[in-house]
Design a protein around this ligand. Structure first.
Ligand SMILES: C[S@@+](CC[C@H](N)C(=O)[O-])C[C@H]1O[C@@H](n2cnc3c(N)ncnc32)[C@H](O)[C@@H]1O
Length: 312
């Protein structure tokens, strides 16, 4: 399990999910099944875990890890944005908790051979779901200059978006860019040497993040899923989200804040006419971060941000 992935903030995630024996919980991002296993243990003997992952490798791996808990486990190779359909197809009206641990597993980054890491020489794929149509190579070789600039800027927060996109367009005219290393080297060369040396992170980090977000439609799916997830909770049910960069965390924070608002009247309305009722209570006033001990033991956990809500 640890070879596949080391779960981030496991104790905190379980705490915020408020596991109840006999409860029904969804792990929307099964990955290495570390969180799923803890959930299964916490809801024994007759609880149900619904596990979803868009990566078939994760589902296959989870089948082995969670074997001791069958038949109280239901695994689905799908995107978590379909969680409402999956829950209803199982004949359930609602669930007691949902966990989303978005981001990449260690297996995807280091062992999948799909070009997620700029430190490896692999095909430029970056699909979490190998059945999806668009690869990172499709984006870098076929999207026009403006579209590349936009994703590098919006999804990578890359200050050199324009010069990097120009370098890509020029290079691909000679030969398509097919590997993660070719792309990483090209980005490195497109940044002035002194600036590359000054940067704390590899100059390709942000572009790789942008491509991964684009290929897997990560922000769009997260945005669409959060309200659906709350709809699927029983009253008192919990939604806990672990995110890994500021773009995701901003979406989680703003969506939770919006759903916790009691009044939705325009700010200048003299009196409240909406009789609005908050949909959730925010359980994490401030974002929760991993402890120093966890970061030391698992450096991949260093950027984890946890937020949770309870349905009213
Ligand atoms: C950080 S790992 C999860 C690790 C897991 N919590 C554990 O304890 O091992 C993230 C997983 O979420 C999956 N994933 C990301 N976005 C998804 C989506 N929209 N739908 C389903 N799975 C998704 C990835 O394929 C990956 O396996």
């Amino acid at each position: 399990m640890a070879d596949y992935h080391i779960s981030c903030m496991p104790a905190e995630a379980v705490h915020y999910l408020n596991l109840k024996p006999g409860g029904v919980y969804v792990d929307g991002t099964v990955g290495g099944a570390g969180h799923s296993r803890l959930i299964c243990k916490g809801i024994q003997p007759d609880g149900l875990l619904i596990g979803i992952d868009q990566d078939l490798d994760a589902i296959r791996h989870a089948r082995e890890v969670l074997a001791p808990f069958f038949p109280r486990v239901s695994l689905h190779h799908d995107t978590f944005s379909h969680l409402d359909q999956i829950i209803h197809a199982l004949g359930l009206d609602g669930v007691d908790g949902i966990l989303l641990d978005i981001g990449l597993s260690r297996h995807q980054l280091e062992g999948s051979g799909r070009g997620f890491s700029f430190q490896r020489d692999e095909p430029l794929d970056m699909r979490m779901n190998a059945e999806a149509e668009m690869t990172a190579a499709d984006v870098v070789n076929h999207w026009d200059l403006d579209a590349l600039i936009r994703i590098f800027r919006d999804y990578g927060e890359e200050r050199r978006a324009r010069s990097i996109a120009r370098a890509i367009v020029k290079a691909r005219a000679r030969q398509p860019l097919e590997s993660s290393k070719t792309l990483a080297d090209l980005i490195y060369r497109s940044v002035p040497a002194a600036a590359a040396r000054r940067q704390k992170i590899h100059p390709a980090t942000r572009v790789f993040q942008a491509l991964r977000i684009t290929v897997n439609r990560e922000l769009d799916r997260l945005e669409r899923t959060l309200p659906k997830a709350v709809d699927c909770l029983n009253p008192g049910g919990r939604l806990c989200v672990l995110s890994f960069h500021s773009l995701e965390d901003r979406i989680v924070k703003q969506t939770f804040r919006e759903m916790a608002r009691t009044c939705t009247c325009p700010p200048r309305a003299p009196v409240c006419t909406c009789r609005g009722k908050a949909r959730v209570n925010v359980l994490t006033r401030k974002v929760v971060r991993p402890t120093a001990a966890e970061i030391e033991a698992n450096p991949m956990a260093r950027s984890t941000r946890l937020r949770a809500v309870e349905k009213c």
